[in-house]
Design a protein around this ligand. Structure first.
Ligand code: GLP
Length: 242
């Protein structure tokens, strides 16, 4: 736990870069307001590092039903905050699309292909997660099955409202997301959460019952999760309750 977001982001980026220098190559990445400072720190630490060329990335999720390149898309967020500044090449990057790439595809085909690409890359070494105020990870909303693979989801109103700012009109109603099972196959997980609006979800995730009502609670079963929290997000945890 750190006093503020900056301290926690710096520590998380140091931890993350050490893991990469120790051999983590296949990375799962998150979007949202939470990891932006983390991405800056990571970029500053590795911009000139030859190890960057050996990385493979998979993003957790993408909105469904918006044109490719839409400014509100997670792909655009990643281009701006990490891919361009760090110098990742397009053949290193894997992303769920925001619409059917070919008329003969179905959403199911796309999700199965993504799972297959992760398998072919050797599985995820290191996975970055944020958390929604309702305990969602990726776009696995409350009610998501712990054994679910990559799939199409209907976003809750709460999640749509939180993500409104990236869109001029109403935010998308659906998204493709890596499933909880896929996330749990990661060898190591790093979770970031900042701000009082995350404190309840953090408490439920790590100290509540394991339940579909809080998708992040599935992480209690993972052998290697490290959470980087600011004081506000940690507020409800027994060790930090003030
Ligand atoms: C988003 C993403 C999640 C993210 C979460 C929290 O919609 N799908 O991967 O962790 O919601 O977002 P933020 O960091 O902006 O609070």
């Amino acid at each position: 736990m750190w006093d503020n977001e900056v301290g926690a982001s710096k520590a998380a980026a140091r931890f993350w870069c050490d893991k990469i220098r120790d051999g983590a190559r296949v990375l799962c990445l998150a979007t949202g307001n939470t990891p932006t400072a983390f991405y800056k720190e990571w970029t500053a630490s590795m911009q000139q590092d030859s190890v960057v060329a050996s990385l493979t990335t998979f993003n957790l999720d993408e909105y469904w039903g918006i044109p490719a390149g839409h400014p509100g898309s997670f792909r655009q967020y990643m281009e701006l905050n990490l891919f361009k500044p760090l110098g990742l090449q397009s053949d290193q990057i894997h992303f769920l699309p925001s619409s059917l790439p070919r008329a003969e595809d179905t959403e199911w085909d796309i999700c199965q292909r993504y799972e297959e690409e992760i398998r072919r890359a050797g599985g995820i070494d290191l996975c970055l997660l944020g958390i929604g105020a309702n305990g969602h990870i990726g776009f696995n909303e409350p009610g998501s099955a712990a054994d679910g693979g990559t799939h199409l989801v209907a976003l809750t109103e709460k999640t749509r409202r939180s993500n409104q700012t990236a869109f001029e009109g109403p935010p998308p109603e659906r998204a493709l997301t890596m499933g909880l099972k896929t996330i749990m196959t990661s060898r190591e997980i790093v979770l970031l959460a900042f701000g009082a609006q995350k404190s309840k979800a953090i408490h439920e995730a790590f100290f509540g019952p394991m339940s579909e009502a809080c998708p992040a609670s599935v992480l209690q079963r993972h052998p290697s999760v490290t959470a980087f929290l600011d004081r506000e997000a940690a507020h409800h945890l027994p060790a930090y309750r003030s």
